[in-house]
Design a protein. Sequence first.
Length: 344
Amino acid sequence: MTLKKLNSEGLTNVGIQETIEFRDAVTDSYGNCEPYYYGDVKTKVESVFPFVLVKSKLFGNRMISVPFFDVGGFSGKFDSKILSLLINELNSDSVDSVEVKIDKSDGNFEKVRNDLLKIGFSEEKAKHQFILKLSSEEEMWKKFHKHTRNDVRMAMKSGMNLVRIDSEKELKSFFKLYVREMKRFGTPNHSFDFFKNLFEKCNGGFFGLNCYKDKKLAGSLIFLHGGGKGNVYVNVSNNSFRKYRPNDLLYWETIKYGIKKKLKTIDTGQVDMDHKNGSREWSMYKFKNKWLCEPFERINFVFPSQTRGISKGDKLKVFRKVWRCLPLPLIKLIGPKIRSQLGI
C-alpha cells in the first residue's frame, strides 16, 4: 500500500473527471486550482483519488473531489486503509476543508460512506443525479413513451441542423449562447479557455453538438465520457426556438453516440427533487424523467465536520440576486473568476 501523487500516469477505464486530461484542463484554465491526484501504487496504479485544491479568499481553500463536476470520488481497487493516509496528506493548515462528492449509483458508495464517516467526515445531502442505463438503440427507442418519441420526431422534422463541435468556430458559437443562458439562470459562467482546454485535452472523451435553425443557434450540448460512463456536461438552448424542441434532438443524438461508444450509462445531470410545480427545477425534472433516467441521491462529504466561514450556498444566493441584472460584458469578465473560486 503506497500513496503516490500522480503526474502523467493513472488508471485506464476511469470516469473522465478522474483522468489526468480533465485535471490538466482544470488547472491550465484556472490559476487558483492546484492538482492533487493520488494513486495507490504497487507495481502499477491500482486506484485513483482525484482532488483539486480550489483557493479562494471568499470561500476558503477547499480540497475538492472534484471541482466543476457533479460527482468525484475514487476509482479502481478500493482500499479503505489508505483513506486515512490520504486525508492526512491532504489536510493542512492552508486547507479549510476536504470535500468528496459521490452519488448512490457508485457500487462502493456504502463502503466509502462508512469509511469517510469513521475518519471524521460529515455528510450533506445534495441534489440527485439522473442516470440513464443504455442498451441498443432499437430497445431504447421502444421503451420511450410515445410522447417522447413524438417529441424527437417533431424535432427531426423541424428543419433544424446538427453540427459537431469539432472546431474553435463551433466552440465559440456554443460559448456565446452558454454565457447568455448562464446570465439568465443567475449562475457565473466558465471561461472560454476552460471549454477550449476540455476540447483539446479531453478530445477522446469530448463530444459536442450545436443545433441550428435557420442559421441561428437553437441549442448546444457538451458531453464528456470515459470508463464506460458519459456525462451531459452542459446543455443550453435559446428560448426563442423552444417550440422546435432542440434539446430533444440533442439528447437523442447524444444517446445514439453513447451507444456507438459502448457506454453503459449517461449521467444527464443534477436535479433538485424538492421543486415546486412550474419552477425551472420542475421543468428539468420532467425533461430528464421522460428519458427514463433513474434518480440517485448525491452526498457531499466534508472534513472537518465544522468548516470555517460562510457556506458557499449562502454566498450563491447573494450572487444570483444580482447576476441577472449585470451587463453581459461584465459577466464575461468576472464570471470565470467567481466560478473558479466556487469550484462548481
